[in-house]
Design a protein around this ligand. Structure first.
Ligand code: KG4
Ligand code: ZN
Length: 331
């Protein structure tokens, strides 16, 4: 089964061609990072306009790279939410137009299901599994007992991990997106700054806003006292507490649900500190992390998720398929 998939939920315009939810024949990602950098974050209206400008070209390039013709495509899969509504609508409408014009069935998929299924490209998922979702908009622990069956064990009360990374980066003037920069600097520093305890005790829930406020105050006080801020040590201190809590909650869930596999999903899965801590601490279970290129937003993961959603539900969408800025993983 050949799937053409489309992702446009935030600031990446992406189209991919994949086979049987496993083999990626092409995955073209047009990033808008340079456009949004000037503003220190994604500007929704600009993002929508950039998607309009790029989407046709990205479709063509993905088809060309995969070296297939339209008649080979069996299914169209597109991110229907959650995300920026204007951005999502460009991808959903482009996918619908393509599916309608070529009489190909279409499915709308959840963006986080895509991030989760990015792991399947590396290794076939085995159940039960525990998934740590860490992106710019989500931080959740998910239990999967079979394909396309998602049970939320816990989530963040406030900021998502990626969001916290980006805010810390902005506080010390490191540019956008801040996550990869903080990660890089953390490796050059030592965790010398005291950080608050952010463990939400017995639950699988997370909270990062207190940590963020602590860092803002810390930086402010250092500046007021005319002291020198060691940015590398600050990044290392922040990364240490964040990765500690992510790994300890994951371990707890793996043990409680007797998981066979542990996977990580979302942009922060690219974090080297997190990857290292996972490989050092999570043993006796199959650990899978997506390849770097499939960690941040891309259409390949939406193709894999769409394939498994279709296989499981045996259901396609019609031309009333819409985009949703907010939606639950199980919708
Ligand atoms: O999953 P994603 O591409 O978009 C959402 O669905 O939200 O994640 C983007 C987030 C951004 O907040 C970015 O700073 C973060 O992932 N990120 C990282 C790293 N690479 C990307 N955070 C920490 N360390 C990284 N290496
Ligand atoms: Zn994402």
């Amino acid at each position: 089964m050949i799937v053409l998939s489309v992702e446009s939920s935030c600031d990446e315009t992406s189209v991919s061609i994949s086979r049987d939810g496993k083999e990626i024949l092409s995955n073209v990602v047009l990033s808008q990072i340079d456009v949004h950098k000037t503003y220190g974050g994604v500007v929704p209206e600009i993002a929508s306009r950039e998607h309009v400008k790029g989407i046709t070209m990205v479709f063509e390039e993905a088809m060309e790279k995969a070296n297939i013709s339209i008649k080979d495509i069996d299914l169209v899969s597109v991110t229907k939410g959650p995300g920026l509504i204007g951005s999502l609508l460009i991808g959903v409408n482009a996918a619908k137009a393509f599916a309608y014009a070529n009489e190909i069935p279409i499915v709308g998929v959840h963006h986080i299901a895509g991030h989760i299924y990015a792991n399947h490209i590396t290794k076939d998922l085995a159940f039960p599994l525990v998934c740590l979702v860490v992106s710019g908009g989500h931080t959740e622990l998910i239990l999967m007992k079979e394909h396309y069956d998602f049970q939320k064990l816990g989530e963040t009360y406030d900021d998502a991990v990626g969001e916290a990374y980006d805010k810390v980066a902005r506080t010390v003037g490191l540019g956008y997106p801040g996550g990869p920069i903080v990660d890089r600097l953390a490796h050059k520093g030592e965790a010398t700054y005291p950080m608050p305890n952010i463990d939400q005790k017995e639950t699988y829930d997370f909270s990062f806003s207190g940590l963020k406020s602590h860092i803002i105050n810390l930086v402010h006080n250092i500046k007021q006292r005319n002291e020198i801020l060691n940015v590398e040590n600050l990044c290392a201190s922040f990364q240490e507490v964040v990765t500690d809590v992510l790994v300890s909650k994951s371990l707890k869930a793996i043990e409680e649900y007797d998981a066979k596999m542990f996977i990580v999903a979302g942009g922060v899965a690219a974090n080297k500190g997190l990857r290292t801590k996972i490989s050092q601490n999570i043993k006796n279970v199959d650990v899978v992390v997506p390849k770097f290129e499939y960690c941040t937003d891309n259409a390949a993961m939406i193709g894999v998720a769409g394939y498994f959603q279709y296989k499981k539900l045996q259901k396609t969408d019609d031309m009333t398929l819409n985009a949703f800025s907010r939606m639950k993983l199980t919708e």
